[in-house]
Design a protein around this ligand. Structure first.
Ligand code: PLP
Length: 398
């Protein structure tokens, strides 16, 4: 069978390639510690699971769920947003439920983009920003996230003709993969940039609750609701990746366009999942516990690389460490070295997350670790890194 040109043009999803490497190690009888995909392994909180099973009985007669989310779910989102960001959102007009964020992020350009319109996409970044653009027949301009700019896009370096033809720009803070948060001044700057160039700013806030310090990450909606839209998810906040539930909120015209698109593309979030999501949003205790747990794992791994002579790359937020690698290695080579049987830890080469641009691949020089193994597994991985990696990098980048 011949697949479409569009599908054929895509390279494999990077994580499928990692899965294959893990399988190879397992077939040799080695159990690698898997820092590959950002899928939390902690159980979904009990109050969420209970609400899910109660929800199945509450909605005994089944039936298609509302496309945009139940009143109860959208109201719970509005309450949470008020508490968390001191922000008023109208549940009827400014919020729409989504089947996890990926669905919303991938499909969203269909609502905004005409063929050949530009979408400005962070690089390295979450693949659906670019792939959703390509499926909507738009053109991608990559804005590289570099350490010298604190992994913020350099708006001044975006060519004027791209600004003219761009309709949409994605930002993602706290950022996957770099682990940085954005200061208020950046949100102000990007909003002004969007206004000046008539570009809608889409802020992916999937990791807004996965932070480590005292300063809570900001939402773009705290600064304005005009010309901006935010994408949120319960996947990482509440270990609900398997539930597939999130929401889109912001500028009411944009939310209305997303609702229209969604009604035509897919179905609503299942009713019992929305009940579980309401329970998740009502509780901050589990979120705090998860934050403390991930901080512990972060510190173990950052210390291990530091002791092995590598740079200390300590993230402010997210589930990820964006680890600088030693001189003399490509990111693929270094991830391969960590797969040596005596270390056996799975990481993602930065060049697989970054895209090639005329200025190079900004993921090169890094590997990404998703802090999803348990604390005990992190301790074991740390011991192996300290023992078998130390001394391999005489010219480490600090
Ligand atoms: C930056 C970013 N945005 C959105 C998502 C999507 O999360 P979900 O589809 O599980 O809600 C992810 C998942 O890894 C992500 O890393």
């Amino acid at each position: 069978m011949k697949t479409s040109k569009r599908l054929s043009s895509l390279t494999g999803y990077a994580f499928a390639e990692i899965d294959n490497k893990v399988k190879d190690l397992r077939s040799e009888g080695i159990s690698p510690i898997d820092f590959g995909v950002g899928d939390p392994t902690e159980p979904t909180p009990e109050i969420v699971r209970k609400a899910l099973s109660d929800g199945a009985n509450r909605h005994a007669s089944g039936g298609y769920p509302n496309y945009t989310g139940s009143d109860e779910y959208r109201t719970a989102i509005a309450h949470w947003t008020k508490k968390r960001f001191d922000l008023d959102l109208n549940p009827a007009t400014e919020i729409c439920a989504s089947v996890g964020s990926k669905e919303a992020v991938f499909n969203f350009p269909e609502a905004i983009i005409d063929p050949d319109d530009f979408v400005i996409v962070p690089n390295p970044g979450y693949p659906p920003y670019a792939r959703g653009t390509l499926f909507a027949e738009g053109r991608v301009h990559y804005a590289n996230l570099l350490p010298e700019n604190n992994f913020l896009p350099d708006l001044g370096s975006i060519p004027a003709d791209v600004c003219k033809k761009a309709k949409l720009m994605w930002i993602n803070y706290p950022n996957n993969p770099t682990g940085v948060t954005a200061p208020a001044s950046f949100f102000e700057e990007i909003i002004a940039f969007g206004k000046e160039n008539d570009i809608l700013i889409a802020s992916d806030e999937a990791y807004s609750e996965n932070y480590y310090g005292k300063n809570r990450p900001r939402s773009i909606l705290e600064f304005t609701k005009t010309g901006v839209v935010a994408f949120n998810s319960l996947s990482k906040r509440s270990c609900m990746t398997g539930y597939r539930v999130g929401w889109v909120s912001g500028d009411r015209e944009v939310v209305a366009a997303f609702k229209k698109l969604k009604t035509n593309i897919d179905s609503g979030t299942p009713t019992f999942i929305q009940d579980a999501a309401v329970a998740a949003l009502s509780d901050e205790v589990h979120v705090l516990e998860l934050r403390n747990l991930y901080r512990k794992k972060r510190d173990i791994m950052v210390d291990a690389f530091g002791k092995a002579g590598l740079a200390r790359c300590c993230p402010d937020a997210t589930l990820y460490i964006w680890q600088k690698i030693p001189n003399g290695f490509t990111s693929v080579d270094f991830a391969g070295k960590l797969l040596d049987p005596q270390i056996a830890i799975v990481t993602t080469p930065g060049s697989w997350i970054g895209e090639n641009t005329p200025e190079g691949n900004p993921g090169e020089g890094f590997i990404r670790l998703a802090l999803v193994p348990s604390v005990e597994e992190c301790e074991l991985a740390a011991k192996r890194i300290e023992k078998f990696l130390s001394g391999t990098c005489t010219t480490c980048q600090k």
